[in-house]
Design a protein around this ligand. Structure first.
Ligand code: SAH
Length: 397
């Protein structure tokens, strides 16, 4: 198939050659061919060398996202099957070591499929199409997923805000293929976790925190644990399975806390033995500090305070305040796990913020013994540092 051609201006090919798949509208030479929203194009440098094949959207700054740098690779069913097989290979170890049967199978650019997300929850898949190009190709993607994964069902979570930037509708969650269960029970580090793929946050669960939950489990024996921003209590159940002494979970979402109780019970623990609080993290932490409470392990896993660059100064202040409160609640010789999933904030900036919080809380010098970013199921392109959204610091206090 002959595709429309887009040619870049002089010296605008460097990032593409280095493996960054985005082309901004300002880098493309006029006149532009007519391409429907999300349609495929071939991209050439000014010297006529082939750069890549991707999809185009005139309505966004990121006009083109490259799908392949191989001129002989058409974007067809085989292409998607190959990408999915590659993604499965990378994640084999997760199932083999029986850590889990739930993981991100396709992580957008990180799996060389910009705009495509697919999360595997046992026999079910939950998918998101965040760009017009991915949306236009969803039929092939679904067909390839069915062929390679044989899922019992595929569910669409296109209720994400990012779609509006691409001129797409936000959709109500709906089934795309096969059956849709009310809940899916998954396994992670020996815990059973119930996931609501229809109404849960993100695609149902925060798969990107699995490795941090595992390490908290290793640290938890005999400890009191404060799990702030707990969602459905993943960190807490991991701590309970590893014989933590006391677990307190706080989240502002009533449904998340209700599910957290169910999950505790599902794993053989009496939810009465843990404390579950529906409330605002900052308010609850102030209250605990006023009551003189201390915990051996404090976990801070808030939602992204900075969604874009303009939120950054305000977000850094909020992280500093939050971490100061967390440090106030950490007992002597305790551990603070502090996380940020704000894309615009770098690891370096996050470290500095935690140091500042330590000064405010009178807990200097702080030490860290583990820094984590994304697990194996959330690979990122080396040439695309801005997609490293997740930072987690394990601090010795
Ligand atoms: N640690 C969780 C994921 C946390 S996601 C896990 O491992 O599964 C962030 C959570 O913060 C969400 O559940 C959201 O409901 C909650 N949240 C957002 N703002 C909050 C606030 N101000 N106070 C308490 N919880 C909040």
């Amino acid at each position: 198939m002959v595709l429309p051609i887009m040619r870049l201006k002089a010296r605008r090919e460097k990032d593409i050659i280095r493996g960054h798949p985005w082309i901004f509208s300002g880098a493309i030479q006029a006149p532009l061919p007519q391409v429907p929203r999300g349609g495929l194009v071939d991209v050439y440098a000014i010297d006529n060398s082939f750069l890549g094949r991707g999809y185009y959207n005139a309505e966004t700054d990121i006009a083109i996202r490259i799908l392949t740098m191989n001129q002989d690779e058409p974007i067809d069913l085989d292409f998607f099957k190959k990408r999915i097989r590659g993604a499965m290979k990378l994640r084999e170890s997760l199932e083999r070591h029986q850590q889990t049967n739930a993981y991100r199978l396709i992580h957008s650019e990180g799996d060389l499929l910009p705009g495509f997300i697919a999360d595997k929850y046992a026999d079910y898949l939950s998918v998101q199409f965040s760009t017009a190009g991915a949306d236009a190709l969803q039929g092939l993607f679904i067909e390839a997923l069915v062929a390679e994964m044989q899922p019992k069902g595929i569910f669409a979570r296109n209720d994400i805000f990012g779609r509006t930037r691409e001129g797409l509708e936000r959709e109500f969650p709906h089934a795309l293929w096969g059956e849709t269960p009310d809940f899916v029970d998954i396994q992670e580090h020996g815990a059973t976790i119930r996931v609501d793929i229809q109404k849960g946050q993100k695609t149902g669960f925060f798969l990107d925190q699995r490795d941090k939950r595992g390490l908290i489990g290793q640290l938890a024996q005999g400890k009191s644990v404060l799990n702030m921003f707990s969602y459905t209590g993943g960190f807490g159940v991991m701590a309970a399975l590893n014989h933590a002494r006391k677990i307190t979970s706080v989240d502002q979402s009533g449904p998340a806390i209700a599910m957290a109780k169910d999950i505790m019970e599902l794993n053989g623990f009496d939810p009465q033995h843990s404390q579950f609080i529906v409330g605002d993290a900052f308010t609850e932490m102030d209250r605990m500090i006023a009551g003189g409470e201390k915990f051996d392990i404090v976990i801070l896993d808030p939602p992204a305070f900075a969604k874009s660059m303009k939120d950054k100064p305000q977000a850094l202040r909020a992280y500093k305040k939050l971490n100061k409160l967390g440090l106030d609640l950490t007992a002597e010789n305790g551990v603070l796990l502090t996380c940020s999933c704000s894309g615009p904030i770098t690891l370096e900036e996050f470290r500095e913020t935690v140091i500042d919080a330590g000064v405010k809380a009178n807990k200097t010098p702080l030490r860290i013994f583990q820094e984590m970013e994304h697990g194996i199921d959330h690979p990122v392109l080396l040439a695309m540092p801005e997609s490293r959204y997740l930072k987690a610091l394990f601090c010795a206090v």
